[in-house]
Design a protein around this ligand. Sequence first.
Ligand SMILES: Cc1ncc(COP(=O)(O)O)c(C=O)c1O
Length: 404
Amino acid sequence: MDLKTVIAQQAERYDSFYLYDERCILEHTERLKRGFPQVEFLYSLKCNPDPHVIRSVFAQGFGADAASLGEVLLAEEAGLPKEEIFFSAPGKTPGELRTALSKSNIIADSLGELELLDRLSEELGTVTSVGVRISPSFSFSGGPGLPSKFGIDEDQLYRFLETSPLSHIEIAGIHVHLRSQELRAPALAAYYENMLALAERVRKALGHELEYVDMGSGMGIQFSPKDEPLDMEALGRAAGGQLDSFKEAHPGTRLIIEVGCYAVGKSGVYAAKVLDRKVSRGVTYLILKNTLNGFARPSVAHMVSRFSPEADPAPWEPMFTCRDAFQIQTLKDEPPCEEVTLVGNLCTATDVIAEGLSLPRLDRGDVVVLTNAGAYAAVMTPMQFASQERPAELFLTADGRVLG
Ligand SMILES: Cc1ncc(COP(=O)(O)O)c(C=O)c1O
């Protein structure tokens, strides 16, 4: 059964819903595993913690990149052991750290957090292996390091290691994440090269091998039809040699890459029914169920376009990618015949997805479908606004069942 038929069937039950297609998730996770046989992948739960999505990705051998204690617990509930769960976030509370210590690899985000972890381990009478998130001396584009709210500046870490040896923690791994949504394979390969050099510097400063080098994310998906998709095979070839050499020199060190959007971003669509149609002073409005409060990013993209004079405003992931990041489709095979303004059913005028859009004629009960709704979609949407009914989240399994 094709996706349009499944959407039409579900639209008989739901006025607005996400549909995540497992076949698409499997295509993307397979591509990653084929491209990078030397690497372990973590799924960044923050981008889509739907329980079926999580289990589908974990079933492909992925571990968890958890950005909160809540995500550590979700990964644990889904069956992952401590070794496969990495907890990295700024501003963790002592209570969260205490609970997470036995359930995950904790990655300290600051020198203060390293000291806190040392105290907590002392209280527990243990020595804990922890990771450190580093803000490296290079930027993603290869220039000097930039100020960041994330991690410990690389040079500060080395000074700290010289002067403040902590007795109840051991630094076992490093984590860096500098960028999302990169489509250029050579830029990612150059970043991995810088990461491996950083790992060598930290290993020397510590005086022992690292258990893991977590290189964060970076791999992007095609949002705009103008985007050239990331060539995963070319990236695998470009980065493979250096990753293989590192593994040969340090066979006990796990090389890790995190992915959110790449794994699941293309798998989701958002469907919203037309609730009403009206013409006001020559403008045709289609009022949809749950737009800003169902899938916020298309409305945000429209808002940025409205206020930015630039043709291509700079992205600010994951809130804004580009003007045409979400394609607007219908279930009708007819050609466009009218220009419409697509708005939502909230009591605010800012709830607009598109103005002057050419579509086939749509009436009450017809369905509008938005693409690229698998990542940073439901989770980034203020669904509580005006106490409206929330969209459903549905999962289409690889063998064709729809799970709610
Ligand atoms: C530390 C970290 N890792 C991984 C990701 C996932 O990024 P993406 O969805 O672009 O793969 C993010 C996204 O914000 C992040 O902050």
